[in-house]
Write a protein of this length. Structure first.
Length: 304
């Protein structure tokens, strides 16, 4: 068996193949370290529009790679871990949304990007956890809102905007595991640390946090905040990002149990194989679906 590739091997291959490597902050540390850009779903969506490489190697889950493919129809997008899906995205589908729209024909559909391309194509605007409050605040006050698929993010946005919304009962199984007891235990272990929590967490847990922030905004908040210690109440992979960006501060995961198994499927060998064209999954979105979904994604970028 040949040895696993080193980071230098990955960077060499990326240069030779004119490829850009995008990695989500929940990816394993070595994957983040080999990437050209590391960020949350919103940040990577923006980066996907800006890059000039011939190929995009997307280290994340399927809905993220689909978004990159929709925004970059002329460039191949490859997922090194072909079976990395998203349970939350699987909780909503085209037929379910069509039925919900028929029950509320005058409502606008706000779609969290953690959803299939076919659902985005039926939506008026997409949002991420970074920009959902901003975008919903700009929607016409005389229109009702359907929010899919995350009920917890939807409830947070509703509380911040004062807008009642029809919430689809989906959720992130990883963030749903965050409990108030975990916050209490973590504060006891790290007294004085600032608790940053993702809005995908349940409301009763969010009440125990010091700040509710997307993964991208956690990075900005930790950088700018004078505190020296932070608890990251989100997927554990973000702690690697935070520690790299702030070597003079201390960061702790809320719990070692807050792990997304799909985000941990990617390996350096898979990235190398994807760069060499040996394996990986090419992401293709049917033209009609991609065109409609692009409208909702472009509206998101324009309104952010």
């Amino acid at each position: 068996m040949s040895p696993a590739p080193h980071l230098s091997d990955i960077r060499r291959l990326a240069g030779e193949r004119n490829a850009v490597i995008l990695a989500h902050t929940y990816q394993p540390g070595p994957i983040q370290d080999c990437a050209d850009f590391v960020g949350d779903s919103y940040g990577l969506s923006v980066r996907a529009c800006d890059v000039e490489a011939r190929r995009i190697i997307f280290c994340g889950v399927q809905f993220m790679a689909e978004t990159a493919a929709i925004l970059n129809p002329s460039r191949p997008v490859v997922m090194p871990a072909p079976d990395a899906g998203c349970p939350m995205a699987d909780m909503i589908d085209k037929e379910s949304l069509l039925e919900l729209k028929s029950e509320h024909p005058d409502h606008l559909v706000v779609c969290y990007v953690n959803s299939p391309a076919e659902v985005k194509a039926l939506s008026d605007v997409c949002v991420t956890s970074s920009n959902a409050v901003t975008i919903v605040s700009k929607l016409p006050a005389d229109r009702g809102i359907i929010f899919v698929p995350d009920k917890y993010l939807g409830s947070y946005v509703s509380s911040q905007c004062g807008r009642e919304m029809v919430l689809w009962p989906g959720f992130c199984p990883t963030h749903a595991r965050i409990t108030p007891e975990m916050v209490t235990e973590s504060r006891r272990a790290h007294p004085g640390a600032v608790v940053m929590m993702h809005p995908e967490a349940p409301p009763e847990s969010r009440e125990r946090a010091d700040a509710i922030l997307s993964t991208g905004r956690m990075c900005t908040f930790a950088r700018d905040n004078p505190a020296r210690e932070f608890i990251a109440a989100t997927e554990t992979g973000l702690v690697h990002t935070l520690r790299k960006q702030n070597p003079d501060k201390r960061f702790y995961p809320l719990s070692d149990r807050i792990v997304c198994p799909n985000m941990k499927k990617c390996s350096l060998q898979q990235v190398a194989d994807a760069l060499e064209g040996k394996s990986g999954r090419s992401i293709e979105v049917p033209g009609e679906v991609a065109g409609k979904a692009l409208g909702a994604l472009r509206k998101m970028l324009d309104m952010s």
